[in-house]
Design a protein around this ligand. Structure first.
Ligand code: ADP
Ligand code: MG
Length: 368
């Protein structure tokens, strides 16, 4: 584009040729706009549509002449005008990108979009905005698929430990049943057996949590309590690998907003990875701290570490250094954290260990 513009401006001496070239430029931009698979539309200062490219019409399923001059709000963008980021950009000129938005087509079907809105300027003043967007249905579908595969694989990897975990209470229940059969009957036997059965039930439901697709349900979550639960699910895993997992917090009552099952999955991933990276006798530390408006969770190991050049690759699908790894765990975790408006960072040194730091916004802090 830039080189074409320069070319046109060089020809400025002849009035006629300039007009001709601007026509050509206009034609060229039209060609570019109509060949894009991304939707592009313009907004005037009132927030009405000033132009649309064919891809927009196709994705929204409305003819261009039905769109121009109209407002996108409460039609294909089901949002109040004043709440929309598009309008905010018209006011403050800031470029905004949203990779988790939704537009509606004329059939009333909602589809996930990623869009960027950029202000247009004329003589230094904002004259409108350009919105580019693409339909990300396929990407969302594959993310969902990867989340599910990672869950199943994690469930598979933990299955040996879980089977083992179920065998202990079963053995004890069997023992008590034999005692009862032999005529030794005590209430305490029944109590212990009930406790053991509860334990089996808990383990089975945790395994189901991993294997079954879940509906996202956001609610207040006591993050300290949740972390303790995750550590206890990984008990057998930690014993089998001879890696001690400890949990420490002075802020156990910190509350964040989120889907408890998804957050559990994140920390199952991180702690399982930390155990995998450790050698026998090492330990993995989980800490929950408070940092201003955030709950900060550290998962620290003293294991193999991650080479510096690989740090940037973390979170990309299928990056795995394990024979039976999926390379999906971190990708899925990063997605979940992002959806919870959290942040993640990693510090690692080869042969010294790795620390994953996760931050979630605190909702209510009962401390203060
Ligand atoms: P997987 O565990 O199936 O390999 P993940 O996405 O969970 O997939 O992790 C991807 C890769 O990141 C791992 O294979 C490993 O190389 C690296 N990694 C993750 N966590 C750690 C850690 N705590 N220490 C060392 N390497 C790690
Ligand atoms: Mg993993």
């Amino acid at each position: 584009m830039a080189s074409f513009l320069t070319y046109v401006i060089e020809l400025e001496d002849s009035e006629k040729r300039t007009t001709f070239n601007f026509k050509q430029l206009h034609h060229q931009s039209e060609l570019i706009l109509s060949s894009l698979t991304e939707g592009v539309f313009g907004l005037d200062l009132d927030g009405n549509i000033s132009f649309v490219n064919p891809a927009s019409s196709r994705l929204i399923r409305v003819d261009a002449d039905q769109l121009i001059g109209r407002t996108p709000f409460e039609t294909f963008i089901k949002q109040r005008r004043e709440e929309s980021e598009l309008i905010h950009t018209l006011t403050d000129g800031k470029t905004r990108t949203n990779n988790d938005g939704y537009f509606h087509n004329s059939n009333g079907t909602r589809f996930p979009v990623e869009y960027t809105v950029k202000a247009m300027y004329e003589d230094g003043n904002i004259s409108g905005a350009i919105v580019t967007f693409k339909d990300i249905t396929e990407r969302k579908e594959s993310e969902k698929y990867m989340l599910q595969s990672e869950k199943l694989s994690l469930a598979g990897q933990l299955a040996a430990g879980i089977a083992h975990e179920i065998r202990n209470p079963l053995t004890s229940i069997k023992g008590f049943l034999q005692m009862i059969k032999a005529g030794y009957q005590k209430d305490s036997y029944i109590d212990i057996m009930t406790k053991e059965l509860d334990r089996i039930e808990l383990i089975a439901s945790e395994l189901l949590l991993l294997a079954k697709p879940q509906i996202n349900q956001y609610k207040p979550v006591e993050i300290g309590h949740l972390l303790k639960e995750v550590v206890s699910i990984l008990d057998t895993e930690s014993i089998m690998n001879d890696v001690e997992v400890t949990f420490f917090s002075e802020y156990e009552d910190l509350i964040i907003n989120g889907d408890p099952n998804q957050i559990k999955q994140v920390f199952l991933n991180f702690i399982k990875n930390a155990i995998d990276a450790s050698s026998k006798g090492q330990n993995v530390q989980i800490k929950l701290l408070k940092e201003e408006e955030h709950a900060l969770i550290l998962v620290k190991d003293y294991g193999v570490g991650i080479p510096e050049e690989k740090l940037g690759q973390l979170g990309q699908p299928f990056y795995s250094t394990k024979e039976k790894g999926t390379g999906l765990g971190l990708m899925v975790s990063y997605n979940i954290i992002e959806n919870h408006r959290g942040q993640i960072s990693v510090k690692s040194k080869l042969n010294e260990g790795t620390t994953f730091e996760v931050r979630f916004p605190i909702v209510v802090n009962l401390d203060t």
